[in-house]
Ligand binder design. Structure first.
Ligand SMILES: [Zn+2]
Length: 460
């Protein structure tokens, strides 16, 4: 490898030659589509990894130019002068898509952590002034720059463990100004990170303390102020270029890998103590009317009916611990992805985990994500999520990998660019020190990710 940046926190990032050939992968997990299917995978398709032994991937200009066996790909015209990376004894797969994270916060929530260990419940901690509200002060007082520094650190930690695309929510500001500043910070961090970031407005995370007795007024601010502001925003000033760290060259000239609006999605937390179904519907309607996508935190702590939400065509329903059998049957016929977040169950010390087997066996498309956040899931690690999903929700390693890559891309509606290794797609690739894909979910509390490519830019 050539030019290495020195003297900054980014000195593990190296520049990438225009053309790179990954070859001799023990197993190359292509996740290529079968029969041209373009929606999220479900049922038996969630066990198909499209494995090629002695596999190779050719990367050119940030895109995948060819995929196949090493013998096949080595014959490609562009392969002749490519920089070669030997991937023997490695598993190569699409980079993980972490489709549910909350990185715009400033400090860990150690009081919550200790209180919970001593026996307090999530709701009791919130009532005692902990929980989401406890993160408010830090975010409201933080500068955009300080928040962006935290977000970028999280993105870098994620990439170090194989993640190449991240959905990033606001939701710890809970005022117009602090929510917009959080989204500004996410945008600023995204412009310094070579992977793709999909921003989400989660102004409706909880009702902030100053609106406790007048939640309707807060819902009005979300609907009439926050949502129109992000819908009408332009995330990158016209003509601006992605700020690639010094010494790195952008993989492409276009700006397609960073957001054009401050948020692409609006999310809402439907839960006792958060927002009612009626309030949530108002918020989702406001988002859809202005052309934003929607996703929903639902059925995390208590059951909720999903039928009143379907008219908004959510990209995903997230958590789903308490989803009903009737709703599982409905979801099996839709493209809305059920995004499971078992790291939160682990960190909360819960006995029960999301009903992954029921969802999978019924044919519901399932994704996995970290839920990275300071209160209930402070982990950037998708491999840990694979481990938790397999050991505690009984997903198979193959299902967990599909859920953490291709179906995660579907949950962000970017499966045409991301989530599988196929010619023409973005070069988002993770290389793991493993000879069998099952090892990705087997080893835990260790990092076997050797290298990540994000839009063709490598990170060691
Ligand atoms: Zn969440």
């Amino acid at each position: 490898m050539d030019t290495q940046e020195k003297g900054s926190h980014r000195d593990t990032v190296r520049s990438t030659p225009q053309t790179t050939l990954l070859l001799h992968a023990e197993q190359l997990l292509t996740l290529r589509s079968t029969a041209g299917a373009s929606g999220p995978r479900r049922g038996a398709d969630m066990r198909e990894l499209g494995i090629i032994e002695d596999g190779a991937v050719l990367i050119a200009d940030g895109k995948i130019a060819a995929v196949g066996t090493t013998d096949e790909v080595a014959k490609h015209e562009l392969a002749k002068h490519a920089h070669e990376i030997d991937c023997s004894h490695n598993v190569v797969l699409p980079g993980f898509v972490d489709s549910h994270t909350h990185p715009a916060f400033t400090t860990p929530r150690l009081i919550d952590f200790e209180k919970r260990i001593a026996g307090a419940s999530y709701e009791e901690i919130a009532e005692a002034g902990g929980g989401i509200s406890a993160s408010l002060r830090g975010v409201r007082e933080a500068s955009t720059e300080a928040l962006a520094t935290h977000v970028l650190k999280a993105l870098d930690e994620m990439a170090a463990q194989g993640t190449t695309m991240v959905e990033a929510k606001s939701g710890y500001g809970l005022s117009f100004a602090a929510e917009m500043r959080s989204l500004d910070a996410i945008r600023d961090a995204a412009q310094q990170w070579p992977g793709k970031v999909v921003p989400t407005l989660l102004g409706a995370h909880v009702v902030p303390p100053e609106y406790r007795d007048r939640s309707e007024e807060y819902v009005r601010i979300v609907c009439e102020e926050m949502i129109p502001a992000v819908a009408n925003s332009n995330g990158s000033p016209p003509g601006s270029e992605k700020q690639i760290p010094r010494g790195l060259k952008p993989a492409r000239d276009d700006n397609s890998s960073f957001p054009t609006r401050l948020a692409e999605f609006v999310d809402v937390f439907i839960e006792r103590g958060a927002f009612t179904m009626e309030q949530s519907r108002r918020i989702l309607r406001a988002a859809v009317q202005l052309g934003l996508g929607v996703r929903v935190h639902v059925c995390q702590l208590t059951p909720a009916e999903l039928a009143p939400l379907l008219e908004f065509h959510p990209a995903s329903f997230d958590h789903m611990d308490y989803v009903s059998d009737e709703d599982i049957a409905v979801l099996s016929k839709l493209d809305t992805v059920a995004t499971l977040l078992p790291a939160a169950n682990y960190f909360l010390g819960l006995k029960d985990f999301p009903p992954a087997r029921k969802l999978l066996d019924a044919g519901v498309p399932v994704a996995l994500a970290t839920d990275y956040n300071p209160g209930t899931s402070p982990t950037p690690s998708m491999p840990f999520v694979l481990s938790a999903a397999c050991t505690h929700t009984k997903m198979s390693p193959a299902e967990a990998i599909v859920a953490a890559t291709y179906n995660g891309a579907c949950a962000l509606r970017l499966q045409h660019q991301k989530g599988s290794l196929e010619p023409g797609k973005d070069a988002d690739i993770a290389i793991f020190e493993a000879e069998d894909y099952r090892e990705l979910a087997y080893w835990f509390a260790t990092n076997r990710c050797r290298q990540t490519f994000l839009n063709g830019i490598t990170r060691l």
